[in-house]
Design a protein. Structure first.
Length: 318
């Protein structure tokens, strides 16, 4: 038997990343491809893509043995990690038993995770939340995702719905969300939310470009930096609601630390104080110690690093 290695896969809205690692954390092979290209033929096309990557790895590293595959998806997964329950931004995966199909094709165990779960365990084990047994990781990009780590393990709850912070109702009867409900936090603080507001404020030329929500969100931030009071107010309003939501989570779970990441957090550094103030104004003030809000240390690698952490744990537990 060769050196044990694991394959980690991060399926993002834009790109899909495949990487192999040894148990020491050394990267052996990495490939990044367009997600629309990888899923051009649906889930079956993705499976064939992964098979090709495994073959490429083995050609370069024939002395290794693939032990497990960890996949992060931008959606809700089953508690046993075999099926994608809902994936709003990649409908091809809705209801797909992706773990079973990929395992049958490649011949090794496959475990599916929500991408923010992996980001959370990555930050907790080797990133900004290292040293804290209980941590919350919130990623604000095109959408708003959250992962929870409790007692050093990912916690997804009895029905895989733990950490759905973006779909907590923050404004009753508010904006219609892609999930079908009204007033979800994601409709006020995310790339899609700020992109919509850029159109509504006339900052974007028309809503014909709404499909490219991150680009529209950047226009809103650029307008705020250029002196637009309306744009600044829209961003501040969204980040204020995020601060309230973080305080609600602390009042409910009391984690040791909160990690913030994602493109909008990186790009919205000028508004970071808005989140902090809203958070501190909303959290229970008599608490002996209020959990700090810190920036992600792993950045774009949070999901793949977290997948390595989980894969290593699984292999070492066998």
């Amino acid at each position: 038997m060769g050196q044990p290695v694991l394959l980690v896969i991060d399926i993002g809205g834009t790109n899909t990343i495949c990487e192999t690692y040894d148990l020491a954390g050394s990267e052996l092979l990495s490939e990044t491809h367009s997600t629309p290209q990888v899923f051009a033929e649906g889930a079956a096309g993705f499976v064939q893509h992964v098979k090709g990557f495994v073959q490429s790895h083995m050609a370069r590293h024939p002395h290794t043995t693939l032990g497990v595959i960890i996949v992060g998806v931008p959606g809700i997964v089953s508690t046993d990690g075999t099926r994608v329950i809902s994936c709003p931004n990649l409908k091809e995966l809705d209801g797909v038993a992706l773990g079973e199909e990929l395992s049958a094709a490649v011949g090794v165990p496959v475990y599916i995770y929500k991408d923010t779960e992996l980001a959370a365990i990555g930050e907790q084990q080797v990133g900004a939340a290292r040293g804290f047994a209980n941590a919350v990781c919130v990623m604000v990009g095109t959408g708003l995702g959250c992962g929870l780590v409790i007692n050093n393990r990912i916690w997804r709850g009895d029905h895989s719905l733990a950490g759905e912070l973006g779909h907590t109702i923050i404004i009753p009867n508010g904006r219609l969300c892609t999930c079908g409900r009204q007033g979800c936090l994601e409709m006020y603080c995310s790339g899609k939310a700020f992109g919509r507001q850029a159109v509504e404020l006339g900052i974007a030329p028309s809503d014909d470009h709404r499909r490219d929500e991150p680009a529209l969100a950047r226009l809103l931030f650029e307008a705020a930096e250029g002196g637009s009071g309306a744009a600044a107010e829209a961003i501040a309003s969204g980040f204020t609601l995020l601060g309230i939501a973080l305080a609600n989570m602390v009042n409910l779970l009391n984690p040791g630390i909160i990690v913030l990441g994602g493109g909008l957090i990186t790009g919205g550094v000028a508004f970071r104080s808005v989140i902090e103030k809203s958070y501190m104004d909303s959290v229970r003030s008599f608490a002996a110690s209020v959990p700090a809000i810190v920036d992600s240390q792993l950045g774009a690698q949070a999901v793949t690093k977290g997948a390595w952490v989980e894969g290593k744990r699984i292999l070492e537990d066998w």
